[in-house]
Design a protein. Structure first.
Length: 602
């Protein structure tokens, strides 16, 4: 029968109302408006356990073991949810039981009772005599696989099936009272002409029966001239981005199918002007549900399409600029966080990472170790072979540190010929082993890349967060003092912080992790026609933020990591290249003065 057809509006409306009603029932159960059977079962088991415990306790005081045994057997026979029950002395001896208690009892001594394993202590006076143990069947066996009580599921199913037919009968009765023929055509025309969007009514052969003034005005015609004209015979063109015309939505509706959303088409007028429309078609049904025509609406998108075209072109340019800016920002980020000579992290970057790693170490209670590495007699290398060779030695040592370090370790240039290596989740003993491996690698490979005989070694100081460092600077100072001991005691050595006691007159002892510092708050970094305008505004705002970030990154790249106020090495190289270009063009000269602080190492 047609009334049960899936395409019937009555069937669809009944199905929606049924689903809505059943959804309200499920929601009411989720918010607790229905009584909880699970909680009731728990309370029932609790009551049973307490009642039996009172009876057993009375029998215990009377020393009537036989009575206890009879009570337990009667309890298991009557309660199908009870698998077994037993009375156990405090010594662990079972004095009475019913059911296969040894098989069903799983609760260990001292554990809290569960929904299936219940233990109730028994007292003889003020002395704990033993305990009553009850093993129940799992409560989940009384519920459906969805977690809903079976009785509630029955109610929902009844509402789904009963409500569907009830709603369908009601809708059929309501629709039968409507009489479309009672509408006066002139009133319909007046109402449709008041609409701002175009609208036409078609018959079964897609001929126009009625066109409102808004649609006729777009075609520079009168509504009367369009009556009887097949709508498909108008000069339709594919919308922008389409190669061919899509199926007309009114044909889909007249075929008894449902059109999918809006269809975009362009319509050319007699004056060769093209309008872009968003079309939506619905069927006009007779009383028996048969399709007798279609109603089509036309929303003019011409102005919006033009504006969107401009927006798309502007967005394309902005996206290109943003990609270039992102690439530049990445380069600036590398320059701002990397040492220009060694390629390792610079001092500012290593201390920013130091803060995060030390905070994580306190939260996870895992040790964070720090290794300070200093190239032995580096000033002699500079004085004897020149700063060019000294720079090469720094690059080689940095390469050895990065090759020797693990994937989770961080390597940074602390300053001059000193490097800092951070080892997360690494105790001091393991850090000393890694430091020793670094020392050997520098000793064996440091001078191998030079044609002249050169011995490159390094001294290393090691400390760990387990020795009470309150902040990264203190932990770094501990490693630096251990490094000083290594230098003073012969160089080319590894010294741990505990070994410094012989030199400072005290014994470093491990300390519990300090409370973690408050986490730094990260600043949040700032998808139709109106929607495209909002997207453009958001993109412009994002671009402005990116430009400001770039300026900050550029400032960070050019500033000395020690905050001395002087340009860093990368900026100095850039200024030297500019000066060299000027002197070549102008045939002038350039002087470079190098200053070194005497006894700075001491």
């Amino acid at each position: 029968m047609r009334m049960f057809s899936p395409k019937s509006p009555i069937v669809r409306l009944s199905l929606v109302l049924t689903l809505l009603t059943s959804g309200i029932l499920v929601l009411s159960d989720l918010v607790g408006l229905f009584p909880s059977q699970y909680g009731a079962l728990i309370e029932a088991r609790k009551t049973v356990a307490e009642t039996v415990a009172i009876q057993i306790a009375s029998a215990v005081r009377l020393d009537s073991i036989a009575v206890i045994d009879d009570v337990l057997k009667a309890l298991v026979d009557r309660d199908h949810a009870l698998l077994s029950v037993a009375v156990r002395r405090s010594t662990g001896l079972i004095v009475a039981s019913a059911g296969d208690h040894e098989q069903h009892w799983r609760l260990k001594t001292g554990k809290t009772s569960t929904e299936t394993q219940v233990r109730v202590p028994l007292f003889n006076g003020k002395t704990e005599w033993g305990a009553l143990e009850l093993a129940f069947v799992p409560i989940g066996t009384d519920k459906t696989s969805t977690g809903l009580p079976k009785s509630f599921l029955v109610v929902v199913l009844f509402v789904v099936f009963g409500g569907f037919f009830a709603y369908m009968a009601f809708l059929r009765r309501a629709l039968s009272e409507l009489d479309p023929s009672a509408v006066v055509p002139q009133r319909v025309r007046g109402a449709l002409d008041a609409l701002a969007e175009g609208l036409v009514i078609l018959d079964e052969q897609e001929r126009i029966l009625l066109a409102n003034t808004a649609f006729a005005r777009k075609l520079a015609r009168t509504p009367e001239s369009l009556v009887g004209v097949p709508l498909s015979s108008l000069a339709w063109l594919p919308a922008d981005g389409m190669a061919t015309l899509p199926p007309f939505p009114w044909n889909t509706v007249l075929a008894g199918e449902q059109a999918e959303g809006n269809t975009h088409l362009r319509l050319e007028t007699a004056a060769k002007l093209a309008h872009t429309f968003a079309l939506h078609a619905v069927g006009v049904l007779a009383a028996d549900g048969a399709v007798r025509g279609a109603l089509v609406t036309f929303d003019d998108l011409t102005g919006i399409e033009q504006a969107n075209g401009e927006l798309r072109r502007t967005l394309s340019k902005l996206e290109t600029m943003q990609r270039d800016l992102a690439r530049q920002n990445q380069e600036l980020q590398v320059l701002a966080t990397r040492d220009a000579l060694s390629g390792s992290l610079n001092r500012r970057a290593i201390f920013e990472a130091f803060e995060n790693l030390l905070r994580d170490s306190r939260e996870t209670r895992e040790e964070l170790s720090c290794i300070m590495v200093d190239i032995d007699k580096f000033k002699s290398i500079n004085d004897r072979y020149g700063h060019g060779v000294g720079d090469k030695v720094i690059k080689i040592v940095a390469g050895i540190l990065n090759d020797t370090a693990r994937a989770t370790d961080l390597v940074g240039r602390y300053g001059g010929e000193e490097f800092c290596v951070l080892l997360p989740n690494t105790p001091l003993a393991r850090a000393l082993e890694i430091a020793q491996r670094i020392r050997v690698a520098i000793q064996e490979g440091g001078g191998a890349k030079f044609s002249t005989p050169m011995r490159v070694t390094a001294s290393l100081g090691v400390s760990s967060s387990a020795y009470g460092a309150a902040d990264p600077l203190e932990l770094c100072n501990q490693s630096d003092r251990a490094l000083y001991v290594a230098k003073e005691s012969g160089r080319n050595k590894v010294v741990g912080w505990p070994e410094v006691a012989d030199y400072i007159g005290q014994t470093p002892t491990p300390a519990p992790p300090q409370p973690s510092a408050p986490a730094l708050q990260e600043q949040p970094v700032a998808p139709d026609a109106a929607a495209a305008t909002q997207q453009l505004t958001a993109r412009i705002a994002q671009l402005e933020r990116s430009l400001m970030d770039s300026e900050r990154a550029r400032s960070g790249m050019q500033a000395d990591t020690l905050s001395s106020g002087l340009p860093n090495w990368a900026l100095l190289q850039d200024r030297l290249e500019q000066a060299l270009g000027r002197l070549r063009r102008n045939h002038t000269k350039l002087a470079v003065v190098a200053l070194e602080i005497e006894t700075y190492k001491d």
